[in-house]
Design a protein. Structure first.
Length: 566
């Protein structure tokens, strides 16, 4: 502690690079600070520090670490409290560039596994980014001293050292409840659960917070179930959606897409008070949409599209600019290859010719002249042959009544089970369709990604960097992920970028494993070693990383313009 003070005084007024001398570990009362990386310039990426707090000074009970989920929820709560304390002291430091910036990887509405706070057996580690103060490009030692000896102690005092055990108990209890709901879903073959009273609409298109004064969700009586949860006296009631084909219908602006959007995010757990904290979806559910212009490399889409003009092969379909229908077919096949068990589809973001071709159009345009086998003719095969369920928002085609196991109608944000009415309509208004029934198989698209797919070279250096939630720069190419709608946090994108670096450095692709096996291996590393395994400095500051799902990792690999497969 005194050593750091002396160092800061001795370098005051010197050129900014003199800050490098403070790298190292320093003991404070109740915690230790490790300065892992020092920025070379006040305008460069901030410096990285770790704060290590022994359990002796802030006990983390053994029962809070009992399960991985509990550990994640406790770490999440600490990260939120630190972020709140940082906001309270923001802009108290002066200087040029990023001087005085203090940042923690702040969680959003979802509870994700992160590297920002790590709960170990005997200590808690908090990872921060800080802008070391400067005047111009000269060290401002007095402001730096204020940062380390006034601001940081205040942040810790008003966050981790002031959190009450009761607060952490509440987070642990929510973790237990989420686990219990998932176990009940698995036991009863439910692919989704939406609790009564849930608030599904969001505040705005740019805010993921719950909409105030929104209509609370209320289950249909036919779909209502009860779940006995730990730490709760009354059973939790809500709507269960079973495996199979579920159709969500209704007029425009009545909540169809809002329900599906909540289910998309239900693959992740949410904080208490979010409104969606008891909205849970099959964790292997994948949102499928049309994605005009995306890169496709050697994907077998022949089950959906065949005999393209000019003899273009669809068993190994490759393009730099996919159409709406070919991109949506690709997204379905790639999701199956990665191991999905539920597809989530909204007609609003789908290619019409991929979703449906009615009887009249079939009569006019003969099957021999139409290369697309629409999704409606494959949806039952997905269910029966591959055990892949579908939840589909459809407002424009009653043909889907014929294939649906259940039909839910949204009316003014309230659901009604209209399956019997839909079947009655089918009897009174029969539709004759010509269906093409080639077999679907799990291994119809088993690709091995080749090592040259990961081309990180940019000039004399190797570079991979996440620039935003939906953009990764790799070498001289850009990976665009705008169509990957279940990527919800920029820290997940950073983790994927670091994973690409890790895979290239460890020569993972030389193992020549099919994609599904490759994803299994990556998940094992995340489970056993944590996300920090992908960091260039795993034993130091592991960066601002949050865990992505296997499906978003696969989506990135599939959209690389450098991808080569066999």
């Amino acid at each position: 502690m005194k050593k750091l003070q002396q160092l800061l005084k001795s370098i005051d007024g010197k050129g900014y690079k003199a800050y490098k001398s403070i790298q190292g570990r320093y003991s404070f009362h109740r915690y230790e600070i490790s300065v892992d990386y020092v920025q070379g310039d006040p305008f460069a990426s901030p410096s990285k520090i770790r704060i290590v707090i022994p359990d002796a000074y802030r006990p983390i009970k053994d029962e809070w670490k009992q399960s991985k989920e509990r550990n994640i929820y406790v770490a999440d709560h600490i990260a939120r409290s630190v972020a709140k304390a940082i906001q309270a002291v923001a802009k108290q430091l002066q200087g040029s560039g990023k001087s005085g910036l203090i940042h923690i990887d702040q969680p959003g509405q979802e509870i994700l596994e992160r590297t920002a706070v790590q709960i170990k057996n005997d200590k808690t580690i908090i990872c921060l980014s800080v802008g070391l103060p400067a005047n111009g490009r000269r060290i401002n030692g007095k402001e730096a001293e204020k940062l380390f000896f006034t601001i940081l102690p205040s942040i810790l005092k008003h966050s981790i050292f002031s959190i009450k055990d009761e607060e952490i108990e509440q987070k642990v209890q929510l973790a237990d409840q989420h686990i219990a709901i998932r176990e009940k879903m698995k036991e009863n073959n439910w692919i989704a659960f939406i609790a009564d009273g849930a608030i599904l609409p969001r505040e705005s298109g740019v805010s993921n917070r719950p909409l105030k004064k929104a209509v609370p969700f209320e289950s249909t009586k036919e779909n209502r179930v009860k779940i006995n949860l730990p730490h709760r006296e009354e059973p939790l009631t809500g709507m269960a959606i079973k495996q199979g084909i579920s159709l969500i219908v209704g007029g425009g602006y009545h909540g169809k897409s809002t329900l599906l959007q909540a289910l998309e995010r239900g693959v992740y757990h949410h904080i208490r008070g979010d409104g969606r904290e008891y909205v849970l979806t099959d964790p292997d559910a994948v949102k499928i949409r049309a994605e005009d212009g995306r890169q496709v490399t050697s994907v077998n889409i022949s089950a959906f599209i065949n005999d393209l003009p000019h003899g273009q092969a669809t068993t190994k379909f490759t393009t730099e600019n996919a159409s709406g229908s070919t991109s949506q077919a690709t997204n379905v096949v790639e999701a199956i290859e990665a191991g999905t068990t539920t597809l989530l589809i909204d007609e609003d973001t789908s290619a019409t010719n991929f979703m449906i071709r009615d009887a009249r159009m079939q009569a006019l345009v003969h099957q021999d002249k139409e290369p697309i086998t629409p999704f409606i003719d494959k949806i039952k095969q997905l269910r029966d042959d591959l055990n892949v369920s579908t939840i589909l928002v459809m407002g424009g085609s009653g043909d889907y009544f014929d294939v649906a196991d259940e039909v839910i109608m949204m009316d003014q944000y309230k659901p009604f089970n209209v399956t019997d009415q839909a079947r009655e309509i089918m009897k009174n208004h029969p539709v004759s369709r010509q269906s093409v029934m080639e077999k679907l198989t799990n291994d119809m698209n088993q690709r091995i990604f080749l090592p040259q797919s990961l081309n990180l070279q940019k000039g004399k250096k190797k570079k991979v960097q996440a620039k935003s939630l939906y953009t990764i720069l790799m070498g001289t190419s850009t990976i665009q992920l705008q169509g990957v709608e279940q990527l919800v946090d920029a820290s997940q994108t950073r983790a994927i970028a670091e994973l690409l670096r890790y895979m290239e450095a460890k020569e993972i692709l030389k193992q020549a494993k099919p994609l599904a096996d490759l994803l299994d291996d990556i998940e094992k590393v995340m489970d056993n070693e944590g996300l920090q395994a992908f960091s260039p400095f795993p034993n130091q500051h592991p960066g601002d990383l949050a865990r992505p799902r296997r499906f978003e990792i696969a989506a990135c690999l599939n959209r690389m313009r450098t991808t080569k497969v066999q």
